[in-house]
Design a binder for this molecule. Structure first.
Ligand code: ADE
Length: 232
């Protein structure tokens, strides 16, 4: 890989990566700071996209157009959709779906974007395997899962929404950007993967757990991300 694009939605998710970088050159576009430099010996562009699917899609497209990145990795935190996935654990996307896309009235399955040829955007096999391997090596005390990441413009924080999303999409975790980055990557034929550390259980406890565990979750996603780039 010549150049790796790394997107985090929030400054807290990318600031520790930026601190580890050298030879940084910053360019601003669409209110986003694109930090190009070296992270653990690899050329990367690290950027905070802002929250939500539109910000994330715009950000991914700029990485493709202006930097011609060879892959896009989305790092950050998420709410767990499965009992066995605990706060602090990592989910590596096998694919991603947008849970708030609903054209069922036109006869499309829930989550499918009309006139696109796929319901879910498959992540890159090599990136999935490498992320799991590195995670087991560098954070052996936590569990790592490979499964579907489900995205939507919603902070999921009640049991009914969690159960509905979980039943409809068989997701492992939910967040607000991954599937939009995946859609941009898919349209541009760029490999991608989403790496998310769990900050909450996406149920009635989420609003309390999220602020309490955000830091720990971010520490895990940063640890994984910075070690993974060495091997790309
Ligand atoms: N990011 C972290 N936790 C989340 C949740 N419960 N819903 C959506 N995005 C999240």
């Amino acid at each position: 890989m010549n150049l790796i694009g790394i997107i985090g939605a929030m400054e807290e998710e990318v600031s520790q990566l930026k601190e580890k970088m050298t030879d940084v050159r910053i360019t601003k576009k669409a209110e986003m700071e694109f930090c190009k430099g070296i992270l653990n010996g690899k050329a990367v562009v690290v950027v905070r996209s802002g929250i939500g699917k539109v910000n994330a899609g715009i950000c991914a497209q700029i990485l493709v157009d202006d930097y011609q990145v060879d892959c896009i990795i989305n790092t950050g935190i998420a709410g767990s959709l499965k009992n066995e996935i605990n706060i602090g654990d990592i989910v590596v996307s096998t694919d991603t779906v947008q849970h708030d896309m609903d054209a069922t009235g036109f006869g499309y399955p829930l989550g499918q974007i009309p006139r696109m040829d796929t319901l879910a955007f498959p992540a890159d096999e090599k990136l999935i395997a490498l992320a799991q391997e590195v995670c087991r090596e560098v954070i052996p005390e936590i569990q790592v899962f490979a499964g579907r990441v489900v995205s939507g413009d919603q902070f999921v924080s009640d049991r009914e929404s969690k159960e509905r999303i979980s039943k409809n999409f068989q997701g492992y975790c939910t967040e607000m950007e991954g599937a939009a980055i995946a859609q941009a990557a898919y349209l541009n034929h760029v490999p991608y993967v989403v790496l998310r550390a769990i900050s909450d259980k996406a149920d009635d406890s989420a609003s309390v757990d999220y602020p309490a565990f955000e830091r720990e979750a971010i520490r895990h996603s940063v640890e994984l991300m910075s070690n993974m780039v060495k091997r790309l």
